[in-house]
Design a protein around this ligand. Structure first.
Ligand code: A2P
Ligand code: MG
Length: 343
């Protein structure tokens, strides 16, 4: 790799490469069918894919950027023995390496950087996707019984979903400097690239502050207001914040990364704690590089320094441009903002 490129460019290029490798780990664990689900907290699960993909990303990046602070959702400690040599990725994406570094980022030093890693965003959708991959109804029913966190209502909605929730899964790597997300990578392991009769799985999107985005073309905002929100972590306050938006449509999809990429919505509203810094760092970087804005429900930016609290206690409000962000912010009732701020 060219050592002459500024560190922020090299790190973003390395993150693009390692995110694809992590995406393959996510697919491989699913293919084996042994998810190794662990309950971390209420509505919060971890699988073998989360653990292995995180080790792949953290070990690959920390070998190349030892002075950067890298924080992963699963908080697994580095242990050489656990890491398969095949998981270590030391190459870097050529397109990103060739980017002109914005002047404001040229002087960034490795030790100024904090990287937030979510190895598998949309874990609920991933585990539910596993259930639906069981084509034999009896096998599926037995697996459902071993997933005590999936209610019968969800099970029935899954049966009607045409097995689509795996597309909501993403791998997120967010790069922050001075508390701000400046670079982001969102990899979709289950995105289908159709080339003739051949289907190749996976796509990687990146964004860099003042440089733009790559890997996809952001769609122009729809004429009417289309909102996206959680499908698996709702509550009455989340619903109240949606009702006041006067939206033409509400799309309920999983994962923070996927909400930015599903292509139809222009505003993301989630008036609840639940998301953490690793959920929003990469999406915020990509969104702002594309001209959008992500804040909490009160309109304040989150800070991404290494010592900042991990939970995004005051929710998420994101939009593809400032005008739509202001529209949504002004519609949220003050009592709802106060209730979240004082939680
Ligand atoms: N109540 C919660 N508990 C745990 N994680 C949450 C919660 N709410 C949101 N998240 C995280 O934020 C992401 C976006 O939320 P949602 O899918 O509900 O829209 C989720 O995929 C999940 O990340 P993860 O899947 O990495 O654990
Ligand atoms: Mg997440």
């Amino acid at each position: 790799m060219s050592v002459s490129a500024p560190v922020i460019i090299r790190l973003l290029a390395s993150s693009v490469s390692v995110a694809s490798r992590a995406g393959k780990i996510v697919r491989d664990v699913m293919s084996k069918g042994e998810l190794g689900i662990v309950e971390k907290g209420k509505d919060d699960y971890q699988t073998e894919a989360d653990r292995s993909a995180e080790r792949c990303i953290i070990d690959s990046l920390s070998r190349q950027y030892p002075k950067a602070r890298i924080i992963g959702e699963e908080d697994s400690s580095p242990n050489e023995n656990e890491v398969s040599p095949e998981w270590i990725v030391l190459d870097a994406d050529k397109e990103v390496l060739g980017l002109e570094c914005p002047a404001s980022l040229k002087g960034v030093k490795e030790e100024d950087i904090v990287v937030w890693v979510d190895p598998l965003d949309g874990t609920s959708e991933y585990t539910q996707g596993a259930l639906m991959l069981k084509r034999d109804p009896w096998e599926r029913w037995k697996m459902y019984l071993s997933h005590p966190f999936i209610s019968m209502k969800w099970y029935l909605s899954l049966l009607q979903s045409n097995f689509g929730f795996l597309e909501h899964v993403t791998v997120l790597i967010g790069i922050s400097v001075n508390d701000k997300p400046v670079g982001g990578v969102i990899h979709q392991p289950y995105f289908k690239n159709q080339a003739g009769s051949e289907v190749k799985m996976g796509r990687t999107i990146w964004g860099l502050s003042e440089a733009g985005v790559g890997g996809f073309t952001p769609a122009p905002p729809p004429e009417s207001i289309i909102i996206t929100t959680t499908r698996s972590h709702s509550n009455p306050v989340v619903e109240k914040a949606l009702q006041v938006m006067n939206a033409a449509q509400i799309l309920r999809v999983g994962g923070a990364g996927y909400k930015l990429l599903e292509g139809k919505a222009s505003v993301y509203v989630f008036a609840s704690p639940g998301c953490k810094k690793w959920d929003t760092c990469a999406p915020e970087a990509v969104l702002s590089a594309a001209g959008g804005k992500l804040t909490d429900i009160l309109g304040n930016f989150y800070k991404y320094g290494a010592n900042e609290p991990k939970p995004n206690k005051t929710g998420v409000l994101a939009a593809v441009n400032d005008e739509l962000h202001s529209y949504a912010l002004n519609r949220i009732p003050q009592d709802l903002k106060d209730a979240l701020a004082n939680k």
